[in-house]
Design a binder for this molecule. Sequence first.
Ligand SMILES: Cc1cc2nc3c(=O)[nH]c(=O)nc-3n(C[C@H](O)[C@H](O)[C@H](O)COP(=O)(O)O)c2cc1C
Length: 165
Amino acid sequence: MQINSDKEKTLIVYFSHTGNTRRIAEQIRDNTGGDLVEIETLDEYPADHNEILEQARKEINTGYRPALKTRIESMSDYTLLFLGYPNWWGTIPTPISAFLEEHDLSGKKIAPFCTHGTGGLARTVEAVRKSCPDSKVLDAMGISNNRVHEAEGEVTEWLSHIHGK
Ligand SMILES: Cc1cc2nc3c(=O)[nH]c(=O)nc-3n(C[C@H](O)[C@H](O)[C@H](O)COP(=O)(O)O)c2cc1C
């Protein structure tokens, strides 16, 4: 399916710590032909699960914003943004908050996709809407981390739902 057209320029931007969200982002890229960009932080997050849980909890609770390596100078070229992230403590990871705050996304369509454990999309879409009050936030897709390897059908179904919105 090709949802890029002359008037719709698509960017797939995502943050992923353990690769689940990256895998889904790549599927979206393969299906849409959009440009793919990973949001990277200057300082890496700890690999140890308990350590990152604790660090993420503190960052979210204090409103901390990590410094990013990633900046998209050509953002004004894009009209549709697929925004991918893992559920972190029921909300969006702080690198996603930083990214949304550092770019002008007004007037753009944003299609959020989230990988998660048992918590689903939780409050993540609400957080995206709050950070992007002047964007059109489309229906989000949530993929459980144990289904990432067999999500192709869900991804294409969601893309055809998003198409034309
Ligand atoms: C810091 C942290 C917090 C998390 N909090 C939640 C949560 O509240 N609910 C949930 O369902 N999954 C939670 N998870 C699980 C991740 O959302 C899930 O494994 C996701 O697929 C990871 O994506 P990634 O591989 O792209 O980083 C958390 C993971 C981490 C590292």
